[in-house]
Design a protein around this ligand. Structure first.
Ligand code: PGA
Length: 248
């Protein structure tokens, strides 16, 4: 039985005080649920949010991690640095990083390995653009995104990783994949991993991301291969985020 996971991705939003307020409101509303929950916050708020979540079920994540260990890489943040703030998770390969900041399948694979080197669980984000979907390239894109990581890290590395399927056309657009469309790709991802290691495929958490809201989360999370969600916009409002969490 896989444990569910709901992760908020705050992206480049908020201020220190609004972020602290958001984290506090989430913690207050957590109640009891068997699902895991985390928030991926801007780097500069890791310290403040880490102070607030100590001894609570809310876990902390970063939105990216450097593809190098350390050195002359101006503007980058290493996995060692993230580890100092108790980051349990780091997103790697988010589509906004891939499309606006030049992340490639290869650099994403290197980030994935750097995170794991510090025992941070990478949340590997993959997904196709609208154009790729319309050209029937969805599965080819997924293959390329997964295989780059598997060839660098090895399939065993997926026993300590999370995959997030986020169709690019559904991110921040209000267009969600239907439950069946999402399930089809989640199933494909699990089969892809299963072809290399069945036990890892059975255990790996595969999250759906892309305009998840309180009104569509329940249907998505009920699908057999969807183990939770990566939530952008709706994670900026404690009430919506908690509703999504409780709909698992
Ligand atoms: P969204 O973002 O929920 O605002 O579509 C999801 C994501 O980018 O992770």
């Amino acid at each position: 039985m896989r444990q569910s996971l709901v992760v908020g991705n705050w992206k480049m939003n908020g201020t220190r005080s609004s972020s602290e307020l958001l984290a506090k409101s989430i913690i207050t509303g957590l109640g009891s649920s068997s699902a895991n929950i985390a928030v991926c916050v801007p780097y500069v708020y890791l310290f403040a949010i880490n102070e607030l979540i100590k001894n609570t079920p809310l876990a902390l994540g970063a939105q990216n991690v450097a593809d190098k260990l350390s050195g002359a890489y101006t503007g980058e943040i290493s996995a060692v640095m993230l580890g100092e703030f108790n980051c349990k998770y780091a997103l790697v390969g988010h589509s906004e990083r891939r499309s606006y900041y030049g992340d490639t399948n290869e650099s994403v694979a290197a980030r994935f390995c750097q995170a794991q080197g510090e025992a941070i669980i990478p949340i590997l984000c993959i997904g196709e653009t609208l154009e790729q979907r319309e050209q029937d390239k969805t599965f080819a894109v997924i293959d390329a995104q997964l295989s780059a990581v598997i060839s660098l890290a090895g399939i065993e590395a997926f026993s300590k990783a999370v995959v997030a399927y986020e169709p690019v056309w559904a991110i921040g657009t209000g267009k969600t994949a239907t439950d069946d469309e999402a399930q089809e790709v989640h199933h494909y991802i699990r089969q892809y991993v299963a072809a290399k290691d069945q036990a890892i495929a059975d255990r790996i958490q595969i999250l759906y991301g892309g305009s998840v809201k309180p009104n569509n989360a329940g249907g998505l999370f009920a699908m057999p291969d969807i183990d939770g969600g990566l939530i952008g916009g709706a994670s900026l409002d404690a009430e919506s985020f908690l509703k999504i969490y409780h709909s698992i």
